[in-house]
Write a protein that binds this ligand. Structure first.
Ligand code: PLP
Length: 372
């Protein structure tokens, strides 16, 4: 007997970074500081209240949560966005899925520029969207001429650019974002003999870690009806376990995504917990300044030790280069430190941890590489 699995899924392994029980986990860019007992209590109380109404379906439009996120963005990025232009889902992963369900699919393409987040091509595959990856410059910046050529040649429905980018940590300047937003105004598929825009998605999963003077793409949102900025509570917000992602865009985009979302996609428990967490955003994100500093320290230290390290606007650092990176990865793992084999050959990625975790990583890396 053979089941009618879609041919593109034949032989595919389910994706995921290894989840190993080791003392120092620096592999998936989580915030290393757990919520305090007081925050955990408030979340638990909110969940308890929601539990008393679980016989009912959740609020489908999650307007209260979208209002809270709009208030948060006003504070974080000084940009005022109508809550109706915010969309929420189970992680920014699901936001991307909604985007491709609405704008991708058969005969359409999703484009990005590698090295970048490995999930993008999976979202494309899962939605029957063609995946196109261009390349970046040697220093991982965007080659804007190449971007223009690729857009003209392929006419993608969606272009996604992570900024700060994963796994490189590099952020786009606001000038680069605006340039690409201009290029994508008419580079989408031709529909009924009419030029469309390419939906430009700037994935700001690590937006809160950006360095002083790097504005968010949110600051130019109102100029481009085809611009989408995605965010998540998984990284800076220290809520990876919650699964709450969101985006800001023109009202039309939100209206389009509502056509493809499952009827009650965001559980009442998730909505309640997220609202309670946002009430404590100042405390939850109080460690961001410190993590930014220790990230910069880590880059300096790696360079002083003779490694290459990419300047980062995120909470991780890409470093190398190693003839046999798997060996370095495994030797660190033997010492209880889990990092990530990702990016171009020769490079490894390490998340910024607590001060103690950073110290353990440095000690182990020195040990491992002097014995190489
Ligand atoms: C971690 C990460 C995300 C977050 O995904 P969630 O589903 O919100 O947890 C999104 N984009 C990039 C580039 C990431 O590294």
């Amino acid at each position: 007997m053979t089941l009618p699995l879609r041919p593109e899924l034949a032989g595919v392994e389910p994706y995921g970074a290894p989840q190993l029980d080791v003392p120092v986990c620096l592999n998936v860019n989580e915030n290393p500081y757990a919520p305090s007992a007081a925050v955990a209590d408030d979340i638990a109380q909110a969940v308890k209240n929601a539990a008393a109404t679980l016989n009912r379906y959740p609020n489908r439009d999650a307007m209260q949560l979208r209002r809270a996120l709009a208030d948060y963005l006003a504070k974080e990025s000084s940009v005022l966005i109508d809550p109706g232009r915010i969309w929420v889902a189970n992680g920014s992963n699901e936001i991307m899925l909604h985007i491709l369900q609405a704008y991708g699919g058969q005969g359409r393409a999703l484009m990005s520029f590698a090295p970048t987040y490995s999930m993008y091509h999976e979202y494309a595959r899962n939605t029957g969207t063609r995946w196109i990856a261009g390349h970046r410059n040697e220093d991982f910046t965007l080659d804007l001429e190449h971007v223009q050529d690729m857009l003209e040649r392929e006419r993608p429905a969606v272009l996604v650019l992570a900024s700060p980018n994963n796994p490189t940590g590099t952020a786009l300047t606001i000038e680069e974002i605006m340039r690409v937003a201009e290029l994508t105004r008419t580079s989408g598929p031709i529909i009924d003999k009419t030029e469309t825009s390419t939906l430009l998605v700037i994935d700001e999963a690590y937006g809160e870690f950006r360095r002083e003077g790097t504005p968010s793409a949110l600051s130019v949102l109102d100029r481009y009806p085809h611009l989408v900025v995605t965010r998540t509570m998984s990284k800076a917000f220290a809520m990876a376990g919650l699964r709450l992602g969101y985006m800001a865009a023109a009202q039309t985009v939100v209206d389009d995504l509502m056509k493809v979302r499952l009827p009650y996609h965001l559980s009442a428990i998730t909505q309640a917990a997220a609202l309670a967490a946002i009430d404590h955003s100042d405390e939850l994100m109080g460690c961001i300044a410190h993590l930014r500093e220790t990230r910069d320290d880590l880059v300096r230290w790696l360079r002083a030790e003779g490694f290459e390290a990419v300047e980062s606007d995120a909470n991780f650092v890409l470093f190398g280069r190693f003839d046999e990176r798997e060996k370095v990865f495994n030797a660190l793992l033997e010492r209880g430190i889990l990092i990530r084999v990702v990016g171009p050959d020769g490079w490894l990625r390490v998340s910024v941890g607590t001060d103690e975790e950073d110290e353990a990583f440095r000690r182990a890396l020195k040990e491992v590489t002097t014995h190489e």
